[in-house]
Ligand binder design. Sequence first.
Ligand code: NAD
Ligand code: MG
Length: 391
Amino acid sequence: MKRVAILGSTGSIGQNTLEVLALHPDRFEVFALGAKQRDDLLLEQCLRFQPRYAMLSDAAAAARLRAALQACGSSTEVMQGDAAHTQLAAAAETDIVMAAIVGAAGLASSLAAAHAGKRVLLANKESLVVAGDLFMQAMRQGGGELIPIDSEHSAILQSLPDDRAHWADTVRDMTLTASGGPFRQLDPAALHDITPDQACAHPNWSMGRKISVDSATMMNKALEVIEAHHLFGMPAEKIRVLIHPQSIVHSMVGYRDGSVVAQLGAPDMRTPIAYGLAYPQRMASGASWLDLARIGRLDFEQPDPQRFPGLGLAYAALSMPVGACAVLNAANEQAVSAFLQGRIRFTEIYRVNAETLQDVDVGRVHGLDDLFDLDARARARAQFHIDALVA
Ligand code: NAD
Ligand code: MG
């Protein structure tokens, strides 16, 4: 029996993880569930999966959950505050941590799991974007296993040889596929008037609002280029992006001999989640079978840099001093949030990101405190650009 802690259990990845775990009660035990504030949904999850601990960042929501669980006679213990996530990620009883909090807010807990030598199922790509070197170092020192949950990176892991020692000599490049989001073919002039609900209506995937906006701008793919760079130790110039609107080929690895190995599947996050949980074995995920005859064709095209200028920011940030990726991530989180609140336009997300990346002096990044300081400075600078657009 492996004990699993899910950080971000009320989100899209968190809920999908519970669906996969529900298929395998003989192999996994839900040890801890955590989220920010949705006590109603967390209550349902606690009653169904009976974790030892439940945690909420928000104090009032945690108090409501505690009272509701007591009223139901549940033995789940409720913890409150961000420190609870970090504590349970590193707890001796935890075997596997699903890091599925959205944004840089997930860094402290995923890093704690890395230091503690856990199997870390990393959905929170922002951890690697903000603190790639530190995070990879923490994984090495902790001695645990890092398994990406992002479908592209799971596909790459599945397409690589088991022996890491051979990656550098044999791999020629990696290609991340991208659906192109909901606006792949929209008249670029119309991008100006896109609403948050339009941006969140992804053609192939149902996801949280932040990553849905990132998919529409292709900033998601920018973050994924940085993620792949750290996960697989690949230089940026060997990481390519290809638009593939059907989201069936999840990514591919090109080899020196001309072979290209890819992983295919229906667009369903339960597949990479099950792969991460069962690794190196395979187990049922509940995802539907891929029916290529019904799909009929698979299309590919180069991303248009005019339509998706955000993608270039990943390569720019990777060529800058360490810390630039943290600046880009912070700017993007602020800009997406301002867009979702109706404060700035869809096309202004790129402007805020590009200007903040250019403005903020990264300085020297020695450790986590420097990164948190940089993150705060970048957010303040992004906010300055947002306020200027709103004024
Ligand atoms: P979501 O918005 O649906 O859920 C986010 C979860 O994080 C919620 O449970 C929320 O309560 C929790 N959370 C947010 N802020 C928190 C905080 N400060 N402290 C504690 N908990 C907090 O997001 P999602 O779509 O599930 O995405 C989660 C992560 O997985 C993101 O990093 C995203 O990029 C990545 N990811 C998601 C998908 C997908 O299909 N949804 C695919 C690949 C990668
Ligand atoms: Mg992805």
